[in-house]
Design a protein around this ligand. Structure first.
Ligand SMILES: [Zn+2]
Length: 298
């Protein structure tokens, strides 16, 4: 073997080694949402964030970052840190399912740290300082503010869509759980994969959604309504959604004793795979529009 062929063999060997390394690297990061989005550009990831008692869900497509709810006020730094670590600078859409503090509380910090391009809101108002500040900031920054209508569909880029199913008009009124029952409920669809986002909608809202959208509720993954409370996840609703997986966003040892044991029992009887942020940390679901993988932090 002369000098040139030796060198050729060496180069090929090095190239093979590099390819092998790259392959290993890819395997190692498989399911890691950041890497998948960055390297493949075709995946959808949904991160149900571990932010204690409350909801904050980060949806990432090839083209957009979407934040559904923002957790409670005491967790705002954790939320900001998480989003920054994920490399997020711009949030294309913020969706606030309803104006309770455990969903709206992180927004002041989100507005301070990220560029928010549009807000989607349930259209409900409250008298809290948190809510007033949220509205005032939207106005001050001239952020497009959309009150969602059921049936409306928004494009999340790269053929991922989100269809709003609730709140339906007229809004619930006169009950103690109206704010919850008027939550935004929306179905995220990417090819064969789908996820139903429910905010804190309770059984009254579920019954109404069933009537209007019963035929299109079936979803691969269900975000458990109202943190797994027994006021949500009614049998008929659960049957219509018929998910394979349920994710409960809930704080450890929370004051509300969420999730309720009877709700867990229902999920178990339906043979659902149950993930909960108090036990599993942040739960990340990644889909390529065909199958899906789920990673838990712990
Ligand atoms: Zn809540």
């Amino acid at each position: 073997m002369d000098f040139f062929s030796k060198r050729y063999v060496r180069i090929v060997a090095i190239l093979l080694f590099v390819v092998l390394l790259a392959g290993c690297g890819l395997k190692k990061t498989e399911g890691g949402a950041t890497q998948n989005i960055a390297t493949q550009g075709k995946n959808l990831s949904v991160e149900v964030l571990d932010i204690g008692q409350g909801d904050a869900i980060l949806i990432r497509t090839a083209g957009q970052n979407v934040l559904v709810d923002s957790g409670d006020i005491p967790m705002k730094e954790k939320l900001v840190a998480y989003l920054k670590k994920a490399g997020i600078k711009t949030i294309d859409k913020v969706i606030i399912t309803h104006p309770h503090a455990d969903h709206l509380g992180g927004m002041a910090a989100v507005f301070d740290n990220f560029e928010v391009k549009a807000v989607y809101d349930s259209g409900q108002t409250t008298t809290t300082a948190t809510y007033k500040k949220y509205l005032a900031t939207i106005k001050k920054k001239s952020i497009p503010f959309n009150v969602v209508s059921p049936g409306e569909q928004v494009d999340l880029g790269d053929v991922v869509s989100l269809k709003f199913l609730a709140p339906q008009k007229p809004l619930f009124s006169g009950g103690k759980d109206d704010l919850n029952n008027n939550s935004i409920v929306a179905k995220l669809v990417y090819g064969n994969f789908s996820m139903l986002l429910t905010g804190d909608a309770e059984q009254e809202a579920e019954a109404r959604i069933l009537k209007e959208y019963g035929g299109e509720l079936k979803s691969t993954v269900l975000k458990s309504g109202h943190h797994g409370s027994n006021t949500a996840s009614s049998e008929p609703f659960l049957q219509a959604v018929s998910p394979e997986v349920v994710v409960i966003s809930v704080g450890e040892n929370n004051d509300y004793h969420h999730p309720h044991p009877s709700t867990i029992k229902k999920y178990q009887n339906a043979k659902l795979k149950i993930y909960r942020t108090d036990q599993n940390g942040t739960v990340t679901i990644t889909s390529n529009g065909q199958g899906y993988t789920i990673n838990k932090e712990k």
